[in-house]
Structure formats: C-alpha cells, structure tokens
Design a protein around this ligand. Structure first.
Ligand code: G3I
Length: 357
C-alpha cells in the first residue's frame, strides 16, 4: 500500500483508536522503509486466542518464538527432538506471510537436563554440532535468521573477561564454542540463513557493549561466519537520555559491515517508585519513537522487533518483577487497544523521509 494511503487510513481509523480492529498495520508502514517490524509470540496464545493471533498477524511482519525453539524444549533427550511447538510458530507465521527469527541455538539457560557441565569437551562439541545441524536443517530457509549464540558476553564494568567464565555447559569446557557454533550453523544453513549474535545490556556505549564489539570484531577477523548482531532492548522508562549513545553504538557495529537488529524491545513505562500514568505512557511512546527513528537512520538496521506486543503477556510479570507491579512495557494494552506507543511509532513511520514511496 502506498504511504499516503496508509496515512489516510490511519487518520480515518484513529477515531476508533480504542480498538485493535481496523487498525493500520505497523508492519505495512515499516515496509516502505525496507524495515521488518515484528513481535515475539508465544505458541500457547497463538493456538488459543483468536484476537492475539489476528492482531499479531495484522500488525507485524516478523516473529520469534518466546520459548519453543530453545534447546530445552526442542531437544529434550540426546536422540529425541520435539519440533511440534517450534513448528507451530514457524508454520503459523509463514502461512501468514511473516518471517521468523529463530531463537536460539546456543545459550546457558533453558537447556535440557542431559546437556550439562559433566559432559566431556568432545561430547559437548559433538552435541553442539548435532543440535545446530539438525535444527538449522529442519527449518532451512523458513528461518530468516538464527540467534546462533545468546547472551555469552560478561556483565559488569570494565576489567572482566569478554566471555562469561561460567556459561553452562559450554564454559569453561569449550572456550571456542562461539566460533564453532557459527561454523556449524553456516555449514547447515548455507549463506541464505542469517547468523546472529544476540545479547542484552549492550545497547549504549558501555563496557559490556565494548566487549561485544571486541567479540564480533574478533569473529570477523577469524572469518567466523556472522551476519549481524541482535540487540535485546529490555529497557526502562528513565533511559531516554541514552538515545545519542544508543545511536553511536548501533552505528559502530554497522560500520563493521554487520546487520544490526533490535530483537527484544520492551520499555517498562514505570517501576516500583513511579506510576504508569498518562505522562509515563507518553514518555514510553516517545522512547519507542526515538528508537525507531534511530533504526530507520541506519541502513543496516533491518529488523525492529519487540518481545511481545500486548501488556497482557510480558515476561516481566513473572521474571524480574517481585512486586508484580504492572509496568505496561508494550505498545498494545491488555485489551489489545493501541497505546500511545503504537501511535508514536506509526507517526514516525508515516513521517520519516526514508520511506521508499
Ligand atoms: O515450562 C515450564 C513449566 O513446565 C513449569 O511448570 C513452569 C513453572 O515455573 O515453568 C515453565 O518454564 C518457564 C518457561 O519460561 C516457559 O513458560 C520458565 O520457568 C521460565 O523461566 C521461562 O521464562 C522465559 C525466560 O526467557 C527464561 O530465561 C520467558 O518466558 C522468556 O520470555 C524469556 O525470554 C528471554 C529470551 O529468551 C532471551 N533474552 C531475555 C528474554 C527475557 O528474559
């Protein structure tokens, strides 16, 4: 659809802005910029909730399974693979014309009990190889990209090792597991499947981002096949001052010749000490818009994906939120109505000059 038509539709439907139905699509507006705009989905909600599935398919062009494609769920025993849930996410998305980011092939978390640190170096290398080979071949080019390695860079300030010294079961037993994982993935998937390193806490110019930069620079120097870096953006309402630093950081990775993707965006609108009032939701909307503008300004930023899309389902409810305060991190509310963040992103997409119209 032509951008002016999308804009006209947007204006015409903003009168019904309280409802998710008949809402112009963020993905359609993003397409004009050559950008894939997406959201993570959970297989259980996809299967059981018509509104969840419909809104997600209308609004987004790319998705990622929240848990179903991780090593634990997909490879429960050494010789047993269970593709059912991951297949559902891939097949549902592909049938709706969406792309899928595979997440993930190698992590320290959500591994099956058999894949543990008591295994020898050779058994671990063999397990890494056969897992990656089997999964990447199973999906082939249905996968737009894979997070080959997830969250391996050390946390904290400067003066710590680049890679986590404890990253079970891979570290400390297989110190070159990252190189090996990327080589296995390229061998299995060929050049069409994009291979990503994905991590959190590295969005701005901070010591962890510096380590991640050194890691990927080293991979490139050693000719390890990596196509891009995924930046998880699980961020807070009080981080808007970091936008210039975020932009510089993404640009330095892009300057290495890598694609940069925003892979897991959510923005807590408030916290323990503040309220998610109208001003907080507007601040959140401004942050979503600023990040989208940054991405649109970097030609190598090709994917802008959130970790979910409705405040009804967010990992923050169960995970890092002991008070169970509703932090409303996503662009649709619990009833699937668009929030200010939806509108601010749509305005950026409609107004930005990078549109290919
Ligand atoms: O499947 C079991 C179930 O059998 C059991 O009864 C239940 C009891 O707690 O747990 C279920 O497993 C949970 C799993 O999600 C599936 O629902 C785990 O406890 C829970 O820890 C796990 O959380 C996931 C988390 O990754 C694990 O680290 C979140 O849903 C998921 O959103 C989150 O996603 C991560 C990305 O993969 C990587 N980046 C950070 C992001 C947010 O933490």
């Amino acid at each position: 659809m032509h951008a002016s038509l999308v804009f006209a539709l947007y204006l015409a439907t903003s009168a019904h802005a309280g409802s998710w139905e008949y809402l112009p699509s963020l993905a359609d507006a993003a397409k004009k910029h050559g950008l894939l705009l997406g959201a993570m989905t959970n297989v259980n909600h996809l299967r059981s909730e018509h509104a969840y599935k419909t809104l997600e398919q209308e609004q987004f062009a790319i998705t990622t399974a929240e848990n179903s494609c991780k090593v634990g769920p997909i490879h429960p025993q050494p010789d047993v693979y269970n593709f059912k849930d991951c297949d559902t996410v891939f097949d549902t998305a592909n049938a709706a014309g969406q792309k899928v980011r595979g997440h993930n092939l190698c992590w320290h978390s959500q591994n099956p009990p058999w894949l543990n640190s008591s295994l020898s170096h050779d058994k671990l290398v063999s397990a890494l190889g056969s897992h990656i080979d089997t999964v990447v071949k199973h999906y082939g080019t249905k996968a737009y990209a894979w997070d080959v390695v997830n969250e391996a860079v050390s946390d904290g300030g400067s003066g710590v090792p680049t890679i986590k010294t404890e990253y079970p079961p891979w570290m400390p037993t297989v110190p070159d597991f990252i190189d090996r994982a990327f080589h296995f993935a390229r061998q299995a998937g060929g050049p069409q499947v994009k291979l990503f390193y994905n991590d959190y806490g590295a969005v701005s110019m901070n010591p962890k981002a510096d380590r991640m930069y050194e890691l990927v620079k080293g991979l490139l120097q050693r000719k390890v096949p990596i196509d891009g870096v995924g930046f998880q953006f699980h961020i807070n309402h009080n981080m808007s001052f970091l936008m210039p630093s975020i932009e510089s950081n993404l640009k330095r990775f892009a300057a290495l010749g890598l694609e940069v993707q925003i892979t897991e965006l959510d923005i807590r609108a408030c916290d323990e000490w503040s309220t998610c009032d109208a001003a907080a939701l507007q601040n959140q909307a401004d942050m979503y818009a600023d990040l989208l503008e940054i991405c649109l300004g970097i030609p190598q930023c090709k994917v802008f994906e959130m970790w979910g899309f409705t405040d009804k389902y967010t990992w923050l409810d169960d995970f890092q939120n002991p008070t169970h305060k509703d932090e409303m991190p996503l662009p649709f509310d619990k009833d699937y109505a668009p929030k200010p963040a939806y509108h601010s992103m749509m305005q950026v997409l409609l107004n930005s000059s990078t549109a290919e119209v």
